[in-house]
Design a protein around this ligand. Structure first.
Ligand code: CAA
Ligand code: NAD
Length: 284
């Protein structure tokens, strides 16, 4: 398959913005779409701010920074994805919503285009079943924050072709990421292991074993992690964490994956973490 020249990113939240940014810096033309006009405008300012910070820290030249901004086009219409080579979906972690979007993308995208999902946990095989091109559907799971984290987890669905895998691996490596591969099972590698730890941190808080601060300081200093699990949950988004736990619980059928009631209650209360200014902690 020819080298990727243009991509479409759907979902301009924390992940979609990061993916769009690193692709543009990597010399790829990027269309970024979000169904929410305000989210699209926030994506534009967050990418522009992030590029300016990289330039001021000397990590990027002024020329590469401005060139990247020019490669980015922000659109409210998915029809603009007609001619791109690869589409990366980074919308809300819901199988139903993602399937609707995959079926729409299948109608719009050119026949050779690859449809990738940044899903944290949802079956790629099931997302692919919403399209007529399951051989061109794949999981391309970036980590948060995308510009800093070095990993991409690639997940092949039941029908993903070798050509699709090779093209997406080459794209991830061109974006300077290290690739790991996972079979298509709930939560793949990263969230199969990470999310139960975060959920257990919520149970530790919920059952009064310790304060949130002691849980986080304990895990940071005691196990050398850059963030404590509750701080990390706020950073990821408590809605995203809860959706992943539900996928693990439903897909693996073991009560050890049941989401902690405190996590559920925070999400019900709209305490979604750093992006909303309040989660386990409050942010100003
Ligand atoms: N966007 C872009 N870049 C960012 C960033 C952001 N939101 N936050 C930090 N950075 C960059 C900074 O610019 C800085 O870059 P330089 O060193 O090149 O200047 C670098 O990251 C370090 O940042 P800081 O010095 O400000 O802060 P820090 O040392 O405390 O690091 C952190 C911040 C990188 C986020 C670090 O705390 C960390 O690694 N946390 C854990 C992150 C993690 O585990 N991510 C995976 C989550 S799980 C996931 O993503 C999968 C899923 O499906 C849920
Ligand atoms: P987010 O809430 O920050 O952003 C999601 C964006 O998608 C929002 O701007 C929303 O307006 C938009 N959106 C929702 N439905 C849409 C639709 N039908 N069409 C177009 N846009 C739509 O979420 P996020 O944290 O960026 O997560 C996005 C995806 O990436 C999820 O699948 C999540 O599991 C995955 N992911 C998240 C993280 C993380 O740490 N947050 C890490 C890796 C992967």
């Amino acid at each position: 398959m020819a080298e990727t020249k243009a991509i479409g990113v759907i979902g301009g939240g924390q992940m979609g913005s990061g993916i769009a940014q690193i692709a543009a810096v990597g010399g790829i033309d990027v269309w970024l779409h979000d169904s929410d006009a305000q989210a699209l405008s926030r994506a534009r300012s967050s990418i522009s701010g992030s590029l300016q910070r990289l330039v001021s820290k000397g990590h990027l030249s002024q020329e590469v920074g401005s060139d990247a901004m020019q490669r980015l086009r922000f659109t409210s219409s998915l029809e603009d994805f007609r001619s791109v080579d690869v589409i990366i979906e980074a919308i809300v972690e819901s199988e139903d919503v993602k399937k609707k979007v995959f079926s729409q993308l299948d109608r719009i995208a050119k026949s050779s285009a690859i449809l990738a999902s940044n899903t944290s946990s949802i079956s790629i095989t099931r997302l692919a079943s919403a399209t007529k091109r399951p051989q061109q559907v794949i999981g391309m799971h970036f980590m948060n924050p995308v510009p800093t984290m070095k990993l991409v987890e690639i997940i092949r669905g039941a029908d993903t072709s070798d050509g699709t895998f090779v093209a997406v691996k080459a794209l991830a490596e061109r974006l300077r990421k290290t690739v790991i591969c996972s079979q298509d099972y709930p939560g793949f590698i990263i969230n199969r292991i990470l999310m139960p730890m975060i959920n257990e941190a919520f149970f530790t808080l919920y059952t009064g074993v310790a304060t949130k601060e002691d849980i986080d300081v304990g895990m940071k200093l005691g196990t050398n992690q850059p963030m404590g699990p509750l701080e990390l949950a706020d950073f990821i988004g408590l809605d995203v964490c809860l959706s992943i736990m539900k996928v693990l619980h439903a897909g693996l059928g073991d009560s050890k994956y049941a989401p902690c009631p405190l996590l559920v209650q925070y999400v019900d209360a709209g305490r979604l973490g750093k992006k909303r200014g309040i989660g386990v902690y409050t942010y100003h």
